[in-house]
Design a protein around this ligand. Structure first.
Ligand code: NAD
Length: 252
C-alpha cells in the first residue's frame, strides 16, 4: 500500500500550545467539528496526555518551539502518529510586558526570544508541514493554516513594541503565504484583543480598558476565539484574512 492509500480519511488538526488558554479552546472546538486533534505544549506534559486520552484518536507531543530542532521534530512526530495533516493552527506564543517608552528595557535578547517563538517557529512549522498539507488537500476541501496573532499586530498597541512587531510580522507572513500556497492551502489569522487566559490574568489595566471602551464591554472568552477559528477553518474559500476579534475596541 502506498502512503496515500495508508492515509486515514479522518481529518487531522495540529494546534500548538493547546493545553491551556486559546489553544485548548480551539483544539476542543475542532474536536467537536470532527477533527482528530494533535495536542502540543512546551511543558505541561500531564495535561497534554490527559487531553489526548479524552479525545478519540488524539495525540500529544511536547516540544519547545524556541528550539528549531524540536519544532521540526513536532511535525515529524505528528505525521508519524497520524500519517496526515489537514489543519495547522499556530497558536503558541509568548509575550513581554514593557512600557512602549522604555526603549532600553526592550533588549535585543527579548526581541530575539519573541521572534523565535512568535515568528520563526510558525514559519518552520509551516515549511515542514507544507508537503503533508498539500497531500491532504482537495479541490473541494483545501488544507488550512490558521495563525493566532494579535490586535497589537494591526494597531500601534500591545504589551510591548517587540511583541506587537512580532505579531505584525506574523500577520504579514499570513498574507504572503496565502498568495503563495493557494489554492491547495488557505492561510488566515485571528488577531484577538484581550482574551481571558492565564497570560492575561493580572492585566487589570487592559481589563478596565475593554470594560470601559470596547463596544462589547469586556474581553473575550477563549471559546469565543475558538468559534471564529472554527468558522475560518470551515470555509473552503477564505484566504489571506486577518480577522480582528477585539469586541470592537478598534472602532473607538
Ligand atoms: P497561554 O499562556 O494560555 O498559552 C500560550 C501557549 O503557548 C501555551 O500553551 C504554551 O505552552 C505555548 N508556548 C509558549 N512558549 C512556547 C514555547 N517556547 N514552545 C512551545 N509552546 C510554547 O496564552 P493564550 O492567551 O492562550 O495565548 C495563545 C496565543 O494567543 C498566543 O500566541 C498569544 O500571543 C495570542 N494572544 C493572546 C491574547 C490574550 O489576551 N490572551 C491576545 C492576543 C493574542
Amino acid at each position: 500500500m502506498n502512503s496515500a492509500q495508508n492515509r486515514s480519511k479522518q481529518r487531522v488538526a495540529l494546534v500548538t500550545g493547546s493545553t491551556s488558554g486559546i489553544g485548548m479552546a480551539i483544539a476542543q472546538q475542532l474536536a467537536l467539528d470532527g477533527f482528530t486533534i494533535a495536542f502540543h505544549s512546551k511543558s505541561s506534559v500531564k495535561a497534554g496526555e490527559k487531553l489526548a486520552q479524552a479525545y478519540i484518536g488524539a495525540s500529544y507531543t511536547q516540544a519547545d518551539l524556541a528550539d528549531q530542532n524540536q519544532v521540526r521534530r513536532l511535525i515529524k512526530d505528528v505525521l508519524l502518529h497520524h500519517n496526515r495533516l489537514d489543519v495547522l493552527v499556530n497558536n503558541a506564543g509568548i509575550n513581554a510586558v514593557i512600557p512602549h517608552t522604555a526603549l532600553k528595557e526592550a533588549t535585543a535578547e527579548i526581541w530575539r526570544q519573541l521572534y523565535e517563538v512568535n515568528v520563526i517557529a510558525p514559519w518552520i512549522l509551516i515549511a515542514e508541514a507544507e508537503a503533508a498539507l498539500r497531500a491532504a488537500s482537495s479541490q473541494q476541501c483545501p488544507s488550512c493554516i490558521l495563525n493566532i496573532s494579535s490586535h497589537a499586530g494591526v494597531r500601534p498597541k500591545g504589551a510591548s513594541i517587540p511583541y506587537a512587531a512580532s505579531k505584525a510580522a506574523l500577520n504579514h507572513m499570513t498574507k504572503l503565504l496565502a498568495m503563495n500556497l493557494a489554492p491547495e492551502i488557505r492561510v488566515n489569522a485571528i488577531a484577538p484583543g484581550l482574551v481571558n487566559t492565564p497570560m492575561t490574568l493580572n492585566w487589570t489595566a487592559a481589563q478596565t480598558l475593554w470594560q470601559e471602551r470596547s463596544p462589547m464591554g469586556r474581553g473575550a472568552q477563549p471559546a469565543e476565539i475558538a468559534q471564529v477559528a472554527s468558522m475560518l477553518i470551515a470555509s473552503h474559500y477564505l484566504t489571506g484574512e486577518i480577522v480582528i476579534c477585539d469586541g470592537g475596541l478598534n472602532l473607538t
